[in-house]
Write a protein that binds this ligand. Sequence first.
Ligand code: FAD
Length: 317
Amino acid sequence: MKVTDHIAQAKETLMSFEVLPPLKGKGIEALYTHLNPLMEFKPAFINVTYHRSEHVFKKRVDGTFEKVIVRKRPGTESICAAIMNKYNVDTVPHLICGGFNINDTEDALINLRYLGIDNVLVLRGDAAKNETAFEPELGGHKYASELLKQVVDLNAGIYLDDELKGTHKTEFCIGVAGYPEKHFEAPNLDTDLQYLKAKVDAGADYIITQMFFDNKKYFAFVDACKAAGINVPIIPGLKPIYTKKQLTILPKTFSIELPTDLSNEVLKCKSDEEVEKVGAAWLLQQSKELKEYGVPVLHYYTLGRPVLIADVVKQLV
Ligand code: FAD
């Protein structure tokens, strides 16, 4: 079922979770162990992230280095199908521009339809580890909006090969990313919003936000989106803080700010166990306020802390 149908039929705020494919070598059981504590809350859908290959230098026995390409977390599409099969829940694979040319993208979309997947979250992806700025694949897309157009076209039965025009139409419900504190490359929030509006005008059905720790930023973002004529559901993305190190890592990695009250509380903690308690309390407070505000879905980035999130969510239902 489509994410937008879940939202349209819901009588109250829904819940959804984002997971990562397991690291190569771990097996899918590691993912099930991660998801099991969360499934009792009957999430409307589960997002599965996409991880492109990266170049790494491996040391040879003679001491010299060899440049090799590795993909540490493959399997997004098949993991979506496996989760649907095991838990009878809808899944949302993330689909990125990076590393794909338009033919790879078309084949990936066809594959997803064969697997019975109704949703995609369409993203540009970040620069590869060896690049300083995002570089599209040769014959690939530069922005999420271009990838979005390819999905919209396929939904209209427009394939890359003209001869296939008007054959089978896909029916993907398409999500895109939004940034309450602006995307790190955007010169300002207004410009970022114009590009977000372009994605919605081109056919995006809903937006999922980058994580934020200050609900005021989400509320202001929703207001700005409405003022700009963006009227699709805006799903807040939420993550707990659980180590002191995250005070510096999160702002640097995601270009977000942590509120002073939160950082002060974390700085007072003597151990990461204490930070986890502060993070859980903050996440619960954020979730309660967002639920009261009437957000369509509370979307949790579960990375590494499913039990913490389950404990928080338990207090919401
Ligand atoms: P875009 O919408 O293409 O925007 C990228 C930048 O370009 C922005 O600064 C925007 O303002 C600007 N821009 C957009 N269109 C134009 C244009 N026409 N001309 C000039 N500038 C333009 N990454 C992964 O690799 N895998 C994942 O699974 C993944 N999941 C994510 C899930 C969520 C909910 C979010 C919020 C992010 C996720 N990311 C993921 C990270 C995402 O790929 C990066 O944030 C990336 O840098 C931008 O992606 P985007 O889709 O927002 O890009």
